[in-house]
Write a protein that binds this ligand. Sequence first.
Ligand SMILES: *[C@@H]1O[C@H](CO)[C@@H](O)[C@H](O)[C@H]1NC(C)=O
Ligand SMILES: *[C@@H]1O[C@H](CO)[C@@H](O)[C@H](O)[C@H]1NC(C)=O
Ligand SMILES: *[C@@H]1O[C@H](CO)[C@@H](O)[C@H](O)[C@H]1NC(C)=O
Ligand SMILES: *[C@@H]1O[C@H](CO)[C@@H](O)[C@H](O)[C@H]1NC(C)=O
Ligand SMILES: *[C@@H]1O[C@H](CO)[C@@H](O)[C@H](O)[C@H]1NC(C)=O
Ligand SMILES: *[C@@H]1O[C@H](CO)[C@@H](O)[C@H](O)[C@H]1NC(C)=O
Ligand SMILES: *[C@@H]1O[C@H](CO)[C@@H](O)[C@H](O)[C@H]1NC(C)=O
Ligand SMILES: *[C@@H]1O[C@H](CO)[C@@H](O)[C@H](O)[C@H]1NC(C)=O
Ligand SMILES: *[C@@H]1O[C@H](CO)[C@@H](O)[C@H](O)[C@H]1NC(C)=O
Ligand SMILES: *[C@@H]1O[C@H](CO)[C@@H](O)[C@H](O)[C@H]1NC(C)=O
Ligand SMILES: *[C@@H]1O[C@H](CO)[C@@H](O)[C@H](O)[C@H]1NC(C)=O
Length: 500
Amino acid sequence: MRKVQGMEVLGLLFLVMIPVFVRTGKAETNTFLINCGTNSSVNVDDRRWVGDLAPDSNLTVSSGIVATNSTFNGDSIYAPLYRTARFFTNSLNYTFKVARESYFLRLHFYPLSFQDYDVNQSSFSVVANGLKLVSNFKVPSEISHSSSYLQSSGTNSSSFVLIKEYFFDVDTDVFVIEFIPAKGSFGFVSAIEIVPVVDNVFVDSVNKVGGGANSYLNLSKRGIETMYRLNVGGSEIKSSDDELWRTWGVDSGYMLTADAGSETTNSSTITFTSANETSVAPLLVYETARTMSNAQVLEKRFNMSWKFEVDPDFDYLIRLHFCELDVDKANQRIFRIYINNQTAADRFDVFSKAGGKNTPYHQDYFDVLSPKINTLWIQLGPDTAGGASVTDAFLNGLEIFKLSRNGNLARIEIHNPEGNKMSMSQILLAGIGAALFMLIFCFCKRRRNKPGDTKNNSPDGGHCFFMGLLLIVLLIARDHREVRIQLGLWPLLELVVGSH
Ligand SMILES: *[C@@H]1O[C@H](CO)[C@@H](O)[C@H](O)[C@H]1NC(C)=O
Ligand SMILES: *[C@@H]1O[C@H](CO)[C@@H](O)[C@H](O)[C@H]1NC(C)=O
Ligand SMILES: *[C@@H]1O[C@H](CO)[C@@H](O)[C@H](O)[C@H]1NC(C)=O
Ligand SMILES: *[C@@H]1O[C@H](CO)[C@@H](O)[C@H](O)[C@H]1NC(C)=O
Ligand SMILES: *[C@@H]1O[C@H](CO)[C@@H](O)[C@H](O)[C@H]1NC(C)=O
Ligand SMILES: *[C@@H]1O[C@H](CO)[C@@H](O)[C@H](O)[C@H]1NC(C)=O
Ligand SMILES: *[C@@H]1O[C@H](CO)[C@@H](O)[C@H](O)[C@H]1NC(C)=O
Ligand SMILES: *[C@@H]1O[C@H](CO)[C@@H](O)[C@H](O)[C@H]1NC(C)=O
Ligand SMILES: *[C@@H]1O[C@H](CO)[C@@H](O)[C@H](O)[C@H]1NC(C)=O
Ligand SMILES: *[C@@H]1O[C@H](CO)[C@@H](O)[C@H](O)[C@H]1NC(C)=O
Ligand SMILES: *[C@@H]1O[C@H](CO)[C@@H](O)[C@H](O)[C@H]1NC(C)=O
């Protein structure tokens, strides 16, 4: 029980998907639930996960080390999946024979202690059918980063496991997931989940934030990573309550003012306009909402604002889920939607868009993030120009997807791909440079000074030393963003060195 909290957080972060049942029809043969590093199959959350040592004929695993830690006693429900993992010091392929259709892929990484492998030293990449998913991936630091982000925003939680979710259109007969350790390092994977998606969860033509014509996103040729999936104004929705085994987290930890909107729930029965809409979101998402009825918010004419950390220099698909629960006429409730401070929609009338009250509706937006922006703001506010009687904005659910660029979904490390530690050789180089500079500088000084005028030599020596020191600092700072920030050199040096 005590670890369930960790799992909930996880949901907030990267979306969980725990197990997957064998479903009916077409999906049946194409669902894979793999428990890595074991011979035995386990039932977790009523679903059967097959050990990768005893794979069926549709899965082959190329290599790897089987890791078990029987002392692991974490989360009571999911523990069976995370007691074993497959470690690798060389490239490892999981090759699945699949039908050509769309899939959710979920990779579970639980940092397991095993023999002499210090999981904090692991670093690896993952490539799926040629698309790079992660690169220089360090699970423990990813986990501690997301925990501290949530904690800093007031949420009382930490996560213990990382679950990454991707959506693919597979147009070959095999799906190859390639795990590649960094040079001299190793990697691991705890569980793999492949869930077929029969309905059209995504459409290609999407409104671009800031106006203009719809963008054609070419989604079938791109990979999609789920960054956030939230049930706004409600509680966590567990994977077992979602047809495609998605987990929907709670939104309050991402809000600028956590109580900026009050939570509302449905008063009458909500109905989908067509049966296949459950593949977009379960009904539970539409039964709760956050509404701008907080007096503080209304008086100050504030927005309800959510802020998310994302990877810069990627395209994002933002999906907002709505269901009008109160108003029963068109043009009665009108509000505005902003994404990253730009207007995504004005005069937004959910009743009209959905075609009625208690009717689920979702709206997608497309935004391109520049290399300098690593946050995504979603804001809803009143639209007073429309003359509607109600201008309180509301939101039921929210999803943020990152779209691949040039076959890459991995975060691009602009400043220092090797991590943030200064390497010995860089310090050495800086030192040599500084020493050279000192030599030349002192030499010039000496030549300018009249011979015998020894009095001036000692202050010049101090000067030289100071200049040398400054040079060392500048050389190091040039390549290290953290040092620049710590020294307060950030604004100055950012101008000088640009986005080095
Ligand atoms: C896994 O099971 C198979 C068949 O039951 C057996 O041959 C194999 O030795 C087992 N492997 C391990 C590592 O236990
Ligand atoms: C492997 O896949 C084929 C077709 O996709 C299916 O007919 C077969 O039952 C699968 N085998 C197993 C062991 O699941
Ligand atoms: C894994 O699969 C990729 C792509 O099919 C291939 O290039 C690579 O050689 C394979 N690696 C191993 C270790 O089998
Ligand atoms: C299992 O994990 C514990 C604690 O993380 C560690 O001390 C122990 O060495 C691990 N066991 C094995 C067999 O690696
Ligand atoms: C790994 O790093 C985390 C902090 O990032 C630390 O709490 C943990 O003890 C480390 N584990 C090992 C085995 O060094
Ligand atoms: C944080 O979590 C701990 C343990 O679950 C609990 O005892 C504590 O009351 C929580 N604090 C807040 C502020 O929610
Ligand atoms: C549901 O079915 C309708 C009619 O066949 C289709 O137009 C729509 O795109 C489908 N929606 C999803 C999410 O698959
Ligand atoms: C989609 O592809 C078309 C042509 O293939 C291209 O012009 C367009 O820019 C692409 N759209 C995006 C968003 O990349
Ligand atoms: C929404 O309404 C339905 C039917 O009246 C009810 O079963 C469900 O519990 C309600 N949901 C919430 C979150 O109040
Ligand atoms: C949006 O505005 C907020 C303050 O209102 C600011 O902190 C943030 O950086 C802006 N975001 C972008 C992408 O301009
Ligand atoms: C709401 O957010 C938008 C975009 O950041 C901003 O332009 C607008 O001034 C905000 N409205 C209020 C009332 O703060």
